[in-house]
Design a protein. Structure first.
Length: 458
């Protein structure tokens, strides 16, 4: 059962119950009013009858016998009157027989009240019996006035039928209007559900076309925001999977070259008789390629360790000491290339892990030395939480800068591999910088050199 049908059914049931209860209350009030009116009329007529008897009694010297009472009632011509004189019925102008009357009056309790009322039903007809007992006479006289309540019952039945007609006449159109209103109100939920199904089927760009400022409109807006977030997350996951695939492909390619060289030279040593010089050359190639594999494995392990690092033990680091340590580590390689290392302004401190920052700056310095030619200078500066590495080498094309921090990416692959690189250095630097909450910017111009800046948070 659909939600709008459930809500309509429950609302219709509540409306019908409320209307039925209100009609029942109104009917009960009307019944009580009509019955009360009949009772008041019966008591008033009984009081008038008793007053007439009192006047007749005074005219006859204070007493009335049975014959005079019977004559008195015949003169009045009252209907629905029964008079008992000393236990005998002397007048009966009602629908009750003597047996019915005796049976019904036996149910009326004897009290000292001036008037008594009793409701009964005889032969399916509702009756109201008003009784009076005249105690001040020398004879016992009981008066009973019988009122037929059939007209009252008929009026109550007509009132009930009228209320039922009004209930149905108003309730059925109200239920129909309520159903149409709920259908119109719930229609945006159907649109929302259809959009959710399409998104679940893979149409991640699908959005719910629901407008309005009510709760359903707000829900649709939140749903679209959720769909945007899901689409962005899926796009990020897809991009991550593609990057991982490319990473594995590049890694496999990087392994292939040194392994092929090692395998080829080893096979040559096994199968070909070489001179001592050729053997030394072959062994030298095998040694250099195995060292390259070792460096590649260590850098891969470093990347994995950085990925698993959740937080760092931050300490205050003196920038001057940090740059001196970087210069001491990088100086041998720089001297081999004929490049001069220079420490410029190096004041202030930064918060971080000394070893990781040392590793990152050594990578940047080594790359700067590789990009420089003999006689050029690589400068390191530190000021106001900002560390800069500057070279005046070959530079980097603008279109290549955005890819520099990707694993295994190298601008000049032939030059980098011949220099022993694997394209992992800047990827490691990027992760170290991110762990420190810092920002790395690269500015470069082909033929003029490159400036890499690490800006640490205050």
């Amino acid at each position: 059962m659909k939600l709008r049908t459930k809500i309509t059914a429950v609302a219709a049931l509540v409306i019908l119950i409320a209307a039925a209860v209100s009609d029942g209350v109104i009917w009960g009030i009307c019944r009580r009013a009509l019955t009360r009116e009949a009772e008041q009329t019966a008591l008033r007529q009984m009081a008038e009858l008793q007053a007439d008897i009192e006047r007749r009694k005074m005219q006859n010297g204070g007493d009335l016998n049975a014959q005079e009472l019977a004559f008195f009632f015949k003169q009045r011509g009252d209907d629905y009157i029964i008079c008992m004189h000393d236990g005998e019925m002397i007048y009966n102008q009602t629908v009750l027989t003597a047996a019915d009357f005796i049976s019904e009056t036996a149910k009326i309790p004897l009290t000292n009240e001036e008037y008594r009322l009793s409701n009964t039903t005889v032969s399916g007809r509702p009756l109201l019996i008003a009784s009076s007992y005249l105690q001040d006479m020398r004879t016992q006289v009981s008066l009973y006035r019988i009122t037929d309540l059939t007209p009252v019952s008929r009026r109550l039945r007509l009132l009930a039928l009228g209320m039922l007609g009004v209930l149905l006449g108003v309730g059925i159109p109200a239920v129909i209007v309520l159903y149409l209103l709920m259908h119109r109100t719930m229609q945006p939920l159907g649109v929302l559900s259809e959009s959710a199904k399409q998104i679940a089927a893979g149409a991640y760009e699908k959005r719910a076309a629901v407008s309005g400022q009510d709760e359903i409109g707000l829900l649709a807006g939140d749903f679209n925001k959720m769909a945007d977030a899901v689409q962005e997350k899926i796009a990020a996951l897809t991009d991550s999977e593609e990057r991982k695939t490319m990473f594995m492909a590049d890694f496999s390619h990087e392994l292939k070259t040194p392994l092929t060289a090692i395998s080829g030279y080893a096979q040559t040593l096994r199968t070909v008789k070489l001179s001592e010089d050729d053997k030394e050359e072959a062994l030298g190639y095998i040694y250099s390629e195995s060292r390259r594999l070792d460096r590649l494995a260590k850098k891969m392990m470093r990347l994995m360790q950085l990925d698993r690092t959740g937080s760092l033990q931050m300490t205050e680091i003196d920038c001057a000491k940090l740059l001196d340590a970087v210069k001491a580590t990088s100086k041998p390689n720089a001297e081999k290339r004929g490049v001069r290392l220079q420490i410029g302004e190096s004041g202030g401190t930064v918060r971080g892990d000394f070893d990781l920052l040392h590793d990152a700056l050594c990578n940047l310095t080594e790359n700067a030395c590789k990009a420089s030619t003999e006689g050029q200078t690589v400068s390191l500066h530190a000021e106001n939480g900002c560390i800069t590495v500057v070279d005046h080498g070959c530079g980097i094309p603008q279109g290549e800068i955005k890819n520099l921090t990707e694993p295994f990416y190298m601008v000049d692959k032939s030059r980098s591999r011949s220099a022993g690189g694997a394209g992992l250095g800047l990827s490691i630097v990027r992760q170290i910088v991110q762990l420190h909450g810092a920002e790395m910017t690269i500015e470069s111009e082909v033929g003029s050199g490159t400036t890499i800046t690490l800006q640490f948070p205050a």
